[in-house]
Ligand binder design. Structure first.
Ligand SMILES: *Cc1c(COP(=O)(O)O)cnc(C)c1O
Length: 228
């Protein structure tokens, strides 16, 4: 199937899910996840209007950035080692995987050096899977209160990766819990902490995620086909 065809299906599904959730005035941003995807396909996706590219490895992000440069916004969606921050800090528009203070420190330091503010989402491991990164729900408030000290980081919302489930209904609670957490944080009214973005939902589960409030989905396979 062509990327164009796949995108049409995804856009229809987004509309349906928004309707189902009585969210017809809302928008859902699609992050085109391009890990292992070649530059030609990425360029095609950009031509189709997809302007947000997601990569989970700094090295791949840099490589693609060099070719595609400022025709797209780059999202760092994977685990980020602190020693890689300096290579991507001036290239990313949003980091989805802020999950520890040592990383916040490094992000803040590099952002300061570059005289920029870095936008980030806090990654939460809602299902507390051992194989996944992210903070536990109970640790998020304490984390946020520490991040408040870092002037060059702006928190824009939360991100989660749900466990794989054949039937996405089984993991609906994961998305619901992330949204509830974001509301709890929002109600606390912290200065400089925005809860505008809920990055949740991938190819297998984005419909349910949107029904539960997602406004940013990260789609790889559903756009580009199975990864090699
Ligand atoms: C690979 C990846 C995705 C996209 O997964 P698909 O199932 O191919 O849509 C989304 N988010 C993260 C963090 C990923 O690593």
């Amino acid at each position: 199937m062509s990327i164009k065809h796949n995108l049409t299906i995804i856009e229809e599904n987004i509309k349906k899910s928004l309707k189902k959730a009585n969210r017809t005035d809302d928008k859902v941003d699609i992050i085109a996840v391009t890990k292992t995807v070649g530059v030609e396909s990425i360029k095609e996706a950009i031509k189709l209007g997809l302007k947000d590219i997601g990569e989970n490895r700094p090295q791949e992000l840099i490589k693609k950035y060099d070719v595609i440069s400022n025709n797209a916004n780059y999202h760092m969606i994977g685990h980020l080692q602190s020693n890689k921050v300096k290579y991507i800090i001036d290239k990313v528009s949003l980091i989805h995987s802020l999950d520890r203070i040592s990383l916040a420190k490094e992000l803040n330091k590099r952002a300061k050096i570059n005289d920029i503010i870095v936008d980030a989402l806090i990654q939460v491991n809602i299902a507390e899977e051992k194989s996944k990164f992210g903070l536990k729900v109970d640790d998020v408030i304490r984390f946020i209160e520490k991040v408040l000290e870092f002037d060059n980081i702006r928190i824009k919302g939360l991100m989660t990766i749900a466990p794989f489930a054949k039937d996405p209904e089984e993991i609906r609670w994961v998305f619901r819990d992330l949204r509830k957490l974001s509301e709890t944080i929002d109600n606390r009214g912290y200065n400089n902490i925005e809860m505008n973005i809920l990055s949740m939902g991938m190819t297998n589960d984005y419909k349910v995620a949107i029904e539960e409030g997602s406004n940013m989905i990260r789609i790889g396979t559903g756009l580009f086909g199975e990864r090699k």
